[in-house]
Design a protein around this ligand. Structure first.
Ligand SMILES: Nc1ncnc2c1ncn2[C@@H]1O[C@H](COP(=O)(O)OP(=O)(O)OC[C@H]2O[C@@H]([n+]3cccc(C(=O)O)c3)[C@H](O)[C@@H]2O)[C@@H](O)[C@H]1O
Ligand SMILES: Nc1ncnc2c1ncn2[C@@H]1O[C@H](COP(=O)(O)OP(=O)(O)OP(=O)(O)O)[C@@H](O)[C@H]1O
Ligand SMILES: [Mg+2]
Length: 275
C-alpha cells in the first residue's frame, strides 16, 4: 500500500491508500448528488455537531450539491459542550452553507414535563434530545423540499450505537460503509483540520459522554473486530491471534451487534396469513 493519510497504531490497519480515498470521496459525493436528484429534491439538510461524522458529510454534500443547497442545523441542548457547538458553527461558516442555531432545551423540556417520571432517566432523556433534532431536520426538509442526510458510519451501524428513530431517522447515510477510522482518514484527506479529525467522539447526550467509554472499547479495536469477525470470516480464536484483543473484547462487540439487530430491520409484523 502507498503512504496513507493518518498514521495508525490500530490493531488492524484499515487505512485506504490516497488513490482509494479519492475514489471513495467521489463515490460518496456522487451518491449524494444522485439521491437528491432521484428524490427531485432541492438540496439537503443535516445536523452539525462539530463532530467528525457530520463535518465530513457536510463537506461531501457541499462538493455534491454546492454550498447554497446544503442547509445546516446546529442544535444545542443544555448538556452540549460549548466548544463543540462553536466548532459546528465554524464548519458551517468555513463551508459557507446557510445554517441556523436552534436551542432545543425548551422543546425537550416540554417532553420532560409530559412524562415527569422519565425526566431523570439519563438515557431516555438523552434520546429525547437526539429525536428532537430529527423532528427539526424533517420540519426543515419538508418545508424546503430537501432530503435529510445521515452521518452514520459502519462502526455505529453494526454496534447499534445510535438512537432508533433519532440520529438514524434520515434519508441516507453517505459514509455508512466506512468504519470510524476510515471516516477520520477521509476527513483528513479532504483537509478537515486535525483537531476535528482527532476529536474524542461523543453523542453529546449527557455531560461528559464519550462513545468509547460507553462502548467499552476504542473505535480502532471495535473496527478491527468488526472487520475480521463480524463482517469478516475469522473465528474468535483466529481474531484473538490476529489482534491484540481478548476473547471478552470480541464477545462485547458481538453482543452489541446481536442486541441491535432490531435497529437494522424494518419493524416486523407477524407473517401474512393466507385467509
Ligand atoms: N429486540 C427488539 N426488537 C424491537 N425493538 C426493540 C428491541 N429491543 C429494544 N427495542 C426498542 O429499542 C429501544 C432502545 O433503542 P434506543 O431507543 O435507540 O435506545 P438505546 O439503544 O438504549 O440507546 C441509544 C444508544 O445509542 C447511543 N447513541 C445515540 C445517539 C447518538 C449516538 C452517537 O454516536 O452520536 C449514540 C447512546 O449513547 C446509547 O448507547 C427500546 O426502548 C425499544 O423500544
Ligand atoms: N448538537 C447537535 N446539533 C446538531 N446536530 C447534532 C448535534 N448533536 C448530534 N447531531 C447530529 O447527530 C449526528 C450523530 O452524532 P455523532 O456523535 O454520531 O456524530 P458526530 O458528532 O458528527 O461525530 P462523532 O461521532 O465523532 O462525535 C451528528 O453527526 C449530527 O448530524
Ligand atoms: Mg458527536
Amino acid at each position: 500500500m502507498q503512504q496513507s493519510v493518518l498514521s495508525t497504531d490500530a490493531p488492524l490497519d484499515l487505512r485506504l491508500s490516497p488513490e482509494e480515498l479519492e475514489t471513495v470521496e467521489s463515490h460518496v459525493s456522487q451518491f449524494i448528488t444522485d439521491i437528491v436528484a432521484d428524490a427531485g429534491a432541492d438540496g439537503a439538510v443535516l445536523g452539525l455537531s462539530g463532530g467528525i461524522d457530520s463535518t465530513t458529510v457536510a463537506d461531501m454534500a457541499v462538493n455534491a450539491l454546492g454550498a447554497e443547497n446544503v442547509h445546516g442545523l446546529v442544535m444545542p441542548s443544555e448538556v452540549n459542550d460549548d466548544a463543540n457547538m462553536s466548532d459546528a458553527e465554524w464548519v458551517a461558516e468555513e463551508l459557507d452553507i446557510p445554517y441556523e442555531v436552534i436551542e432545543i432545551q425548551p422543546i425537550a423540556e416540554s417532553f420532560f414535563e409530559a412524562i415527569p417520571e422519565a425526566a431523570d432517566d439519563q438515557m431516555a432523556v438523552g434520546n429525547v434530545y437526539v429525536r428532537t433534532r430529527a423532528v427539526l431536520n424533517y420540519f426543515l426538509a419538508n418545508h424546503e423540499n430537501k432530503i435529510v442526510l445521515g452521518t452514520g458510519n459502519r462502526s455505529e451501524a453494526l454496534t447499534g450505537y445510535y438512537t432508533k428513530y433519532g440520529d438514524q431517522a434520515v434519508d441516507c447515510n453517505p459514509i455508512g460503509n466506512l468504519y470510524k477510522q476510515q471516516v477520520r482518514q477521509l476527513a483528513a484527506s479532504v483537509g478537515i483540520p486535525e483537531e476535528l479529525v482527532m476529536k474524542t467522539p461523543s453523542a453529546g447526550m449527557w455531560v461528559g459522554q464519550t462513545d468509547e467509554e460507553e462502548l467499552g472499547l476504542g473505535y480502532d479495536t471495535v473496527d478491527a473486530i468488526l472487520a475480521l469477525h463480524v463482517d469478516g470470516p475469522l473465528s474468535v480464536d483466529a481474531t484473538v491471534r490476529q489482534l491484540d484483543v481478548t476473547s471478552e473484547d470480541i464477545t462485547r462487540v458481538v453482543e452489541l451487534y446481536e442486541k441491535s439487530k432490531h435497529k437494522r430491520q424494518m419493524p416486523p409484523a407477524p407473517p401474512s396469513l393466507s385467509l
